[in-house]
Design a protein around this ligand. Structure first.
Ligand SMILES: CC(C)(COP(=O)(O)OP(=O)(O)OC[C@H]1O[C@@H](n2cnc3c(N)ncnc32)[C@H](O)[C@@H]1OP(=O)(O)O)[C@@H](O)C(=O)NCCC(=O)NCCS
Length: 163
């Protein structure tokens, strides 16, 4: 994908390493740890949504192994403006064109809004990785223990969609 203009919103284009690094450092901390891998910015590809002034409105990144894609990070700077839907759709198109057959995402067990977002878009909850955050905290001890609305962050939910 080169660049896609989104009417009245901005542009979606391949994310630069520098953008991924800055975004991850600000939002998640580096590396990003999932049950499958310990990801550094150089391990992933992604798409960014930028406005006309080149401000980053959102970023989605992924890694493909064989025909299985994993979304490694996905954030928008303001929610419920349609930016996440645009980015996820663009990423799915890109992955489909690259021969990925399915897409998986892990998210923490406090992220009910995130889970609902995926369920609304054809993803299914396929597994709960109980106590998976213990492994994450071995590598990133400062990951908070309490998340959204006071929920203890302990597990990872895995959602998947066939492409
Ligand atoms: C999950 C996330 C990426 C979704 O991005 P988003 O920009 O909020 O996504 P959208 O705006 O496209 O969609 C969110 C909701 O707002 C609604 N919406 C979209 N455009 C809207 C608009 N103009 N006005 C009001 N609501 C709108 C959508 O319909 C959607 O609701 P639905 O799921 O019931 O359809 C974002 O919430 C986020 O950054 N969350 C924190 C990090 C995270 O949880 N990442 C995912 C786990 S890795």
């Amino acid at each position: 994908m080169e660049e896609k203009e989104i009417a009245n919103q901005g542009f979606i284009r391949p994310a630069r390493q520098e953008t991924i690094e800055q975004f991850w450092a600000a939002r998640w901390g580096i590396p990003i740890v999932t049950p499958t891998w310990i990801y550094r910015p150089g391990d992933v590809e992604g798409l960014s949504l930028r406005d006309a002034e080149e401000r980053v409105l959102g970023l989605i990144t992924w890694k493909v192994n064989a025909a299985q894609a994993e979304i490694v990070s996905f954030d928008t700077v303001e929610h419920s403006r349609g930016w996440g839907s645009l980015l996820l759709q663009a990423a799915e198109e890109e992955l489909q064109a690259g021969q990925a057959e399915s897409i998986r995402v892990f998210t923490t067990n406090d992220n009910l809004p995130g889970l609902r977002f995926y369920l609304h878009r054809g993803y299914r909850l396929v597994k709960v990785h109980l106590d998976a955050m213990d492994h994450v905290r071995e590598i990133k001890p400062r990951v908070p223990t309490v998340g959204r609305q006071g929920v203890a962050i302990r597990d990872l939910w895995e959602v998947q969609k066939a492409l």
